[in-house]
Every structure is written in C-alpha cells, then in structure tokens.
Design a protein around this ligand. Structure first.
Ligand code: HEM
Length: 428
C-alpha cells in the first residue's frame, strides 16, 4: 500500500495558523483544495496532515477507530497550546460524563434561572452585544450546574467569569495565531487564572462542607470523587475537574446560540413564530445557524499505521500523521442551495435532503459516527429555551453594520464574531 507522500499532492506554501502567520485559515485550505483536489497533504510545523474532502474520504474519516486514529489526542494537542498540563492531568470527572438524563434536567433548570438573571440585567430597554450576552448566560448556567454553592452569583461569579475568560481553551483554535505568545509567557496569565478559580471554589467548598446535607447533582459527584484525599489535594482536584468541565462546555454552545439569535432576528417570519413559542422551529433554526457557523477542523492523530480510502485509492497513513477534514468547506458547498439559511431543511435532528448529497456525511452541525457530540440534545434544548425566551420577551433590532463576520484566523469550533454585534432591545 502506498505512503501518502508517494501518491498524493503536497500543498505548496500552506501552513496551519498555529505554526505560521495565516490571514484566513479556512480560506488557505480552500485554496489548496481548489488547486490540488479533494485529498492532499499539508506539511506544517514539523507535522504532516492528510486533508480529505471527497465523499468516500469523509466517510473513511468518520469510520476511523479511536485506538488507531485518535480524536482525544488531537483535541489534547490542540488545547494544550492554551492550557497548562495540570488542567488535564489526573482528572476524575471528565466533560464526557456530563450528560446523564437527570443532569440535563438540572442544567436546563439552571438555564431558566440564568435567563431570569439576564432579564434583570437587561432591564426594560437598551443595547447589548449579542455574543457577550450569550457568553455570560453560558457562564452563569454552567457555574450554577457544576461549580458549587454561591458560584453563579455576586462577587464569586464575577471573579470566575474573569478567570474563565482568560482560560478560554477555544482560543487555541479561535486565535491560533496568539498561541506562540501564550507559550512564550510560560502561560503566566492562565496559571494565575487557575489559582483564582481554585480560591473561589475553595470558599464554595467550605460552604458545601458546612451544610453536607444539601447535595447538588454534578458538583456532589465531583466532591465525592475526591473524598478520600487530604484537604489540599482535594481542593485543587475538585477545582481542576470543574475548570476542565467549564472550559469544554463553554466552547461552542453559546457562540452557536449567538448565531441562532443573529439569524432569527433578521428573518421576521421565523422570528414571529419563535417569539410565539414555536419550539420545533426554534430547534431547526438553532441547527441551521450552527451548520452555517461551523468552522471545525475535525482531526484524528494516527496512533497505528492505518489504511485509509481517499476515494481515489487506499493509502497507508503512517503513525504520527493527522487525518483531517474541515466542516466549513463541506457544510455550505456539498450541494446547491446549502449556502442559504433555511431552517426547513431540518426535520427534527436530520437533514431532510441528506439522500440527495453524494454522501449524507458531507453536512453536519454536531458530527457523525462514534465521536458525534454527546451534548447535542442538551445543546438544542438549551438553545431552544434561550431563543424562545429572549425573543419572546424582547423586541430585538439589529444595530450591527453588516452581517457579523467570523474571526478570520479561526480554525475549529463554532465561529466567533470578529466585530461587535450590538442589538437594540425593548421589553414587549
Ligand atoms: C452548539 C453546541 C455544540 C456543537 C456545535 C458541538 C459540536 C460537536 C462536534 C461537531 C463534535 C464531533 C467532533 C469530531 O468528530 O471530531 C463534538 C464532539 C463532542 N462534544 Fe460537542 N458541540 C456542542 C456542544 C457541546 C457541549 C455543551 C459539550 C459539553 C461538554 C460538548 C462536548 C462534546 C464532547 C465530549 C465531544 C467528543 C465526543 C467523543 O469524542 O466521543 N459539546 N461536538
């Protein structure tokens, strides 16, 4: 079987944004695809990447097993550009253990409470940045769900918001160009923010320990996991479990909610129905906006040499390579009409016309196959609740200049807006 370097084109002069300065990270890979076709190799920062965009190549990608080609390792290598190793080492409750049915019910109840607080902060009328609003909402819902007593209110909340804004792991793919500076600083700001998180959580733990009969969901499970450790190890371990869960959770959901609100606000027909409480439509709008806002690089690090069908032949991808595809180059171009916002293309969680695509795997909001997002039902329920509530209670008017643009260096996750996105609002 052939080595990819013997049979596939190597994209000349293309690097990935955490290795070299790139103005438009997705655009650079699009240019390579236009020049070299659906499968090509990128050599960047000493690593080798096999990019694939053909129907067969994308299907082969989603069929890769974690033991031979790992998503976990790819995520870790990405996030550790931004986060100190101690956030990852020794974790006892991982973000993947967040979605038990009763957990989700409690997160949605906390979202309801966070929306109450948002309404108080918004008041009767004003102007607010839409993405800042959804981000703050996400912090409040998340911290109420897993960070312990008192962490979603007052001074403790504000301190955690400031710390987690410094610790935002998504900077690794939203601002990959900034990662060299993070490394050069020895992650000083990130380490200081982790200390701040530990201090706030420690105070919350004291409150928890003084009323052990009050037990709350995920936070209690985290506390139980560290029960047998001496106080210092216990405090730090609990704080780091909470930190990793919060960092993982805030990455995409609230950005996606921001785009869903942007899109529904500029579509008066759908806006009227969502404001009247049409939950099914709100969920379709959320899926559609997420599809269009997807900037994800989907990556797997090869752990054992693997036979990979690109669609024009099978290559033997060596250990240490990364196999990747890019959702923004598939989601809007795999068939005609996909560049438009049209929530009616979704029936529940499925694309109505998936059978008309060269492969149904060419379009997605939450991924396909074994690694598809375990948080999809929760995320759609949360976006639906927040959209119906916010546009139901407030008349919202765009005050942005032109439809918001994604951050151009971003390669991964759901788009973050490059510019402010002000919206005027008046209580109905
Ligand atoms: C609108 C919000 C979200 C979007 C669009 C989204 C999207 C995705 C996508 C596309 C994947 C598959 C990636 C791949 O195959 O490489 C994924 C996986 C994953 N997502 Fe989400 N996600 C969202 C919210 C969340 C939230 C709130 C969490 C909470 C922690 C979460 C946790 C995960 C985890 C743990 C995986 C990996 C699953 C595995 O490897 O088996 N996601 N997500």
């Amino acid at each position: 079987m052939a080595n990819p370097l013997d049979v596939l084109p190597v994209a000349d002069g293309i690097g990935l944004p955490w290795d070299v300065a790139v103005d438009d990270a997705v655009g650079a890979i699009a240019t390579a695809r236009a020049r070299y076709g659906d499968t090509f190799v990128v050599e960047s920062g000493g690593g080798r990447y096999l990019f694939t965009f053909s129907p067969t190549g994308v299907e082969s990608f989603y069929a890769l097993g974690e033991e031979t080609a790992s998503k976990g390792v790819a995520d870790f290598l990405m996030l550790r550009r931004k986060l100190p190793d101690e956030v990852f080492a020794g974790r006892r409750l991982l973000p993947s253990s967040l979605f038990r049915r009763d957990d989700v019910t409690s997160y949605l109840a906390n979202l309801d409470g966070a929306l109450d607080a948002t309404e108080v902060e918004l008041g009767e009328s004003g102007t607010v940045d839409l993405f800042a609003l959804t981000r703050r909402l996400g912090h409040r819902m998340g911290l109420a769900s897993w960070a312990g007593p008192g962490c979603a209110d007052g001074d403790a909340f504000e301190r955690l918001v400031r710390a987690f804004d410094v610790l935002d792991g998504s900077d690794a793919f939203v601002h990959p160009d900034a990662m060299a500076a993070v490394a050069a600083s020895g992650m000083r700001a990130e380490r200081a923010a982790l200390t701040e998180v530990s201090e706030v959580i420690e105070a919350s733990l004291r409150q928890h320990d003084s009323t052990p009969e009050v037990r709350a969901g995920l936070f209690s499970r985290i506390v139980d996991a560290w029960a047998s450790e001496p106080p210092d190890v216990r405090n730090r371990g609990i704080a780091m479990d909470i930190a990793l869960i919060h960092i993982a959770s805030m990455s995409n959901l609230m950005a996606a909610l921001g785009w869903a609100l942007v899109d529904v606000i500029v579509h008066p027909d759908q806006l009227r129905l969502v404001a009247d409480g049409d939950r099914e439509l709100a969920s379709s709008c959320a899926l559609e906006s997420t599809r269009l806002a997807q900037r994800s690089i989907m990556a797997r690090v090869v752990l054992e040499p693997v036979a990979f069908d690109t669609g024009v032949g099978v290559v033997d991808v060596p250990k240490g390579w990364t196999i990747a595809t890019l959702l923004p180059l598939l989601n809007t171009s795999a068939a005609a009409g996909l560049e438009d916002w049209d929530p009616s293309r979704w029936h529940r969680h499925r694309l109505v016309d998936a059978h008309a695509l060269p492969s149904p795997m060419l379009v997605t909001a939450f991924g396909h196959g074994r690694h598809s997002c375990p948080a999809q039902p929760f995320s759609l329920a949360a976006m639906t609740m927040a959209m119906t509530r916010l546009v139901g209670r407030y008349d919202m008017r765009p005050e942005w200049v032109g439809y918001p643009r994604p951050v151009s260096a971003q390669i991964g996750g759901v788009a973050r807006a490059a510019d402010p996105c002000p919206v005027g609002y008046t209580k109905r």
